[in-house]
Design a binder for this molecule. Structure first.
Ligand code: CMP
Length: 176
């Protein structure tokens, strides 16, 4: 009916400029350089101040195998061996962050990979010293985040409403 259409158009007009953001999870790794300098707490506070909830966190000494799982996509690049050595050189803090647009927000808070190019006030500008000593890692997309989180956390360690691990999804779809 014409009146229905007019009402619908008017509702849509009100919402035209509303950006609908999804609640996402992302993985953060506070790297050995930042942990050894005692910046772990300040970096976690940045996440919370920017509206990201910490739904899992642990200090861990990563094995070479774990680092290869996360960074294997860079195999063959000139910095790869140094990256493996560095990421296994001391404890890191692994954190799962949850929030609206969490992947992009975390990347914005981190700043450019190279701390010298990162905007003032970003984590890498404040705590990193070089591209290969840049204080933090963050997932670069939602699918990648799901993969990285699954590599480094057990299901029961994540206190998130939205985390639905692959094996549960398979279980559910098999049962339905
Ligand atoms: P991260 O975001 O953890 O993902 C890949 C890492 O490789 C990156 O941060 C840097 O620490 C490192 N990296 C990327 N580019 C370079 C580079 N040009 N030189 C040295 N290290 C790099």
């Amino acid at each position: 009916m014409e009146s229905d259409r007019i009402i619908k158009d008017s509702i849509l007009k009100d919402f035209r400029d509303l950006k609908i953001m999804a609640i996402e999870l992302t993985l953060s790794i506070i790297k050995p350089d930042a942990v050894s300098k005692g910046h772990m707490g300040e970096i976690l506070a940045r996440f919370e101040k920017n509206g990201l909830r910490i739904v899992a966190a642990k200090v861990s000494l990563l094995s070479r195998w774990q680092v290869e799982q996360i960074y294997g996509i860079h195999k063959g690049r000139p910095f790869y061996q140094d990256l493996l050595q560095f990421m296994t050189s001391g404890p890191v803090m692994l954190a799962v962050l949850e929030g609206e647009d969490a992947v992009a927000k975390n990347r914005e808070i981190m700043g450019n990979t190279d701390p010298h190019l990162a905007l003032p006030g970003t984590i890498r500008a404040d705590f990193g010293t070089a591209a290969n000593r840049n204080a933090v890692h963050g997932s670069d997309g939602p699918d990648r985040a799901r993969y990285e989180i699954a590599c480094l956390f057990e299901v029961g360690e994540i206190y998130s409403q939205i985390w639905l691990p692959e094996r549960e999804r398979h279980h559910q779809s098999a049962g339905s």
